[in-house]
Design a protein around this ligand. Structure first.
Ligand code: BTN
Length: 256
């Protein structure tokens, strides 16, 4: 069901994701609006979808170009007990969905990017607010996928869209509805069984494994050999002296 932004908050969790979508032609950022709606009390599974964003952002506040034609939405989550590795899990589930629906082979670039070949197809942005009471805590999962939108030349990475990859234009509303159901099914599994239920699949989809990477991170950056994505979604690496290190996040990671 598509709703306007002034719809009254609905505190119950959405039974079937996709049943409660707040739709805007133009938003500054669906993540910002979803956080506002979560603060007002909207329940888990409420999605905010916009045809275009004027102030979309990614990790570390980087600008995210979001013209009409892409799939830009944010989902309210109220996991109660925190689930480890949610950004990489949402990346995995989105990759699975694209591969099954659009037959485009994808990979996860830790911590939150979706690539096909050398080009970025989309990104995930998880933002959370922890309150004293679990019931008042929430997270917002923002998903941006280049679908039918014209590709802008990004400065620091090459990007592509599903249209460029397949030559086919997708119906965004159907795509969103199906993706939300796929996310719900997997998210509920993660709530019951945790990250470990997906750790093998995450590693299979991660091309950094056993490769050298350059990591930019205050005081801790450098060159590393990636061992795997660990049981909390962290990147486990070895430095040049053979010492094991773990990264929960970083500014930038590049495969060499
Ligand atoms: C990244 O690559 O750093 C993540 C990009 C996430 C972009 C999506 S688009 C929908 C949602 N709204 C935003 O402002 N950002 C996310």
């Amino acid at each position: 069901m598509l709703l306007q932004t002034d719809a009254e908050p609905h505190k119950n969790n959405v039974e079937q994701w996709g049943e409660r979508i707040i739709f805007l032609e133009t938003a500054d950022s669906t993540n910002r609006i979803a956080k506002e709606r979560a603060k007002m009390g909207d329940g888990q599974g409420t999605a905010v979808w916009a045809h275009r964003q004027t102030g979309g952002y990614g990790r570390l506040g980087r600008k995210w170009e979001a013209p009409a034609g892409g799939l830009w939405f944010s989902l309210i989550l109220r996991p109660g007990k925190q689930i480890a590795g949610l950004p990489i899990l949402f990346s995995l589930w989105t990759v699975q969905f694209i591969e099954s629906q659009n037959a485009v082979s994808c990979a996860i670039h830790w911590p939150n990017d979706i690539y096909t070949g050398e080009k970025k197809l989309g990104g995930i942005l998880l933002e959370g607010v922890a309150a004293k009471e679990d019931a008042d805590s929430y997270s917002v999962a923002g998903i941006g996928l280049n679908v039918n939108n014209p590709m802008m030349q990004q400065q620091d990475f090459k990007a592509t869209s599903l249209l460029e990859e397949t030559g086919l234009e997708a119906n965004l509303a159907y795509m969103l509805e199906d993706l939300l159901l796929h996310l719900q099914f997997n998210y509920e599994t993660a709530q019951q069984r945790g990250f470990s239920a997906f750790q093998d699949e995450v590693n299979e989809k991660c091309p950094m494994r056993d490769k050298m990477v350059s990591i930019t991170q205050e005081q801790q950056g450098g060159l590393f050999l990636v061992r795997e994505i660990g049981p909390q979604g962290q990147l486990i690496v070895f430095d040049e002296a053979g010492r094991r290190k773990e990264f929960i996040s970083c500014e930038r990671v590049t495969m060499l």
